[in-house]
Design a protein around this ligand. Structure first.
Ligand SMILES: Cc1ncc(COP(=O)(O)O)c(C=O)c1O
Length: 359
């Protein structure tokens, strides 16, 4: 594959950008983006462009039939080390699993990596450096064929944009609404894919959750509304009798790379990890009986976010005994130390990116 071409305006875009003090999550956009077009059955030339609006016809299929997938990764540069990207090959594998489910073409590893590493390399000065901060990378692909028929598109665009970001969640535990009525995903559906439509399906519940004064929605299985699945953008863990329990994967749960890494690290640390069907009412009973002492959500954005309490729509609350989450904080530090390059990378999980500049 030919290397990524760099648009002549990129140097100016980089020169004109400065990192604001107040970052938040996903608000500030990096000044460059990568783009590659798929047509006539093949991928074209990968380009690095100044960040800006893109043009599309109103009949592009993505705008009508939501043929779109995405990924989320982070590049860390804490204490001037790195930038390091955490397990990007795993994101590439999941991207192609999502692509298959959504009738989209596979994206070659080289394009995914060149685009993600290229954006990180040129933005390495803008990767914020305090612990917990990072350059959030968002690879995505969408259907651009201009036609209204309900058929898979034959034209796609792959892009990587990036956002210098602070911590996803501020201090304090999460409050979680148990969604006992609606469903985000269901057997045979698209829940295991990182497809935009899954997130659209979760937004109405997000409004209800917020109206109840809570922060996150906990989804149950779509068929029986009995077994815990995940949050709208994170996987779920509970500490029960000092063991780590998490819902076993199925086709309506997204397999998180953070989840996979936590299971691995916990087992390495001698913690028993149980992947099983988790009945929500049994978990509530375990919380009430103080057998379940802590619970947390995990994902690339938040890493590990301890749960303060879970609640039903009736207003009944189930507070966790250890909202500060002893085991969750320990696992968070183990994982973040690897991601930020502060400890030995025994498992080859981080990829160092060589910074690039025009000067
Ligand atoms: C629905 C959903 N579940 C779980 C996760 C966690 O996945 P990861 O740890 O790979 O970020 C995410 C975020 O990507 C998600 O959107």
């Amino acid at each position: 594959m030919t290397p990524m071409t760099v648009h002549p305006e990129v140097a100016k875009a980089l020169e004109n950008f400065s990192l604001p003090e107040d970052l938040g999550f996903g608000h500030v956009m990096a000044p460059v983006m990568a783009s590659c077009i798929y047509e006539n059955g093949k991928w074209g030339q990968l380009e690095l462009l100044p960040y800006g609006p893109i043009s599309m016809y109103p009949n592009a299929k993505v705008l009508h039939y939501a043929q779109e997938i995405f990924e989320g990764m982070k590049a860390y540069r804490v204490g001037g080390l790195g930038p390091f990207i955490f397990r990007p090959q795993e994101n590439h594998l999941r991207f192609n699993r999502s692509a298959e489910r959504m009738a989209m073409p596979h994206l070659p590893l080289e394009i995914f990596m060149q685009a993600s590493l290229g954006v990180t390399a040129y933005c390495s000065h803008f990767v914020p450096r305090r612990s917990g901060e990072s350059l959030y990378l968002r690879p995505f692909m969408f259907a651009t064929e201009e036609a209204l028929g309900i058929k898979p598109s034959d034209k796609f665009r792959f892009m990587v944009i990036a956002s210098p970001s602070g911590s996803y969640f501020s201090a304090g535990g999460l409050s979680v609404l148990i969604e006992r009525f609606g469903a985000r995903a269901f057997p045979g559906g698209t829940g295991f894919a990182k497809a935009g439509g899954n997130y659209a399906a979760s937004l109405l519940a997000a409004i209800k959750t917020k109206q109840q004064g809570l922060v996150q929605t906990l989804w149950l299985d779509g068929r029986e509304k009995k077994y815990i699945e995940e949050m709208s953008g994170m996987n779920f863990f509970a500490v029960i009798d000092n063991e780590l329990h998490t819902p076993e994967l199925n086709d309506s749960i997204l397999e998180g790379i953070t989840r996979k890494s936590i299971i691995f690290l916990a087992r390495e640390a001698g913690i028993k990890v149980v992947e099983r069907k988790m009945d929500i009412d049994e978990l509530i009973a375990d919380i009430k009986a103080f057998r379940c002492t802590e619970a947390f959500a995990c994902g690339t954005a938040a890493i590990i976010a301890p749960i303060d309490f879970m609640a039903d729509e009736s207003g009944e609350r189930y507070p966790l005994q250890q909202p500060e989450g002893k085991m969750s904080l320990k696992l968070r530090e183990m994982l973040l130390a690897i991601q930020e390059g502060r400890t030995e990378d025994k498992y080859n999980w981080i990829l160092k990116v060589e910074p690039k500049s025009f000067s």
